[in-house]
Ligand binder design. Structure first.
Ligand code: ZN
Length: 244
């Protein structure tokens, strides 16, 4: 194990971390579009509910209107009977009927008015919701193209970083490459390299024995943390060399 190989490992770790950040960016972008599409979907469901309500209300209104016409006809007839009635008993009966019908007429008139108001409100709600959906759909298309550009850019960044990682990996001995790859599989974006800090593994906090610490500081052998299995590297200042 060469001390410079630790520097290479640190370089790979930070390049890989940058990949993690780029992946985060992609997720953020994808969420932007998902949130808006979710909103559109929600409004579409809402619109379909309002439309159903509108149909029901309209049928009820038409029904009330028909009943009103019928009651008005009956009332007119009843008034005719009243005028034509000969005898008190007949007049009383006609009067009673006319009064009942007149009450019914008033109820129906109120029902029709309320129904018309409901319908009007539902129409406003329908057009507001339709406008929202139309606007949001246009925004969604614009954002989608924005998001696609951003994601493409981030993927370019990731490919560049990946290439640099490959180049750095080639500088390591084949056995070290294998070990690093397998440890990085477990700790990708969570630092596969640890240093000894105040006698402990900097990542998991497990104590490192005096003898192991001495070996780690020497940097001529590959030592792993007995607890988390990360590579215990000498402090980066000791192994520093410019990244490439
Ligand atoms: Zn550890």
């Amino acid at each position: 194990m060469e001390i410079t190989e630790f520097a290479t490992l640190f370089t790979i770790q930070s390049l890989d971390r940058a990949i993690g950040e780029a992946k985060q960016q992609i997720t953020t972008q994808e969420k932007r579009i998902q949130a808006l599409n979710g909103q559109i979907e929600f409004k579409r469901d809402e619109l379909s509910e309002i439309n159903t309500k509108f149909t029901v209300q309209k049928q009820e209104l038409q029904q009330a209107e028909r009943e009103l016409v019928a009651v008005e006809l009956k009332l007119a007839k009843s008034r005719e009977h009243l005028t034509a009635s000969t005898g008190q008993a007949m007049a009383d009966a006609a009067e009673r009927e006319a009064s009942q019908l007149s009450n019914k007429q008033q109820d129906l008139e109120q029902q029709v008015l309320a129904g018309m108001e409901n319908i009007e409100n539902l129409q406003i709600e329908i057009s507001t919701t339709q406008e929202f959906i139309a606007g949001a759909t246009i925004s969604s298309q614009e954002i989608a193209s924005d998001v696609a550009t951003e994601i493409e850019r981030e993927n370019g960044v990731i490919n560049g970083l990946q290439e640099r990682i490959e180049n750095n990996l080639e500088e390591l001995s084949p056995s070290l490459q294998e070990i690093f790859k397998s440890i990085n599989k477990k700790y990708r974006f969570k630092r596969p390299l640890a240093v000894v800090e105040e006698g402990c593994c900097s990542e998991c906090g497990m104590g490192v024995s005096e003898s192991l610490r001495a070996k780690v500081n020497q940097g001529s052998t590959l030592e792993l943390c007995g607890a988390c299995g990360r590579i215990l590297a000498p402090h980066p200042e000791k192994t520093f060399k410019p990244a490439h």
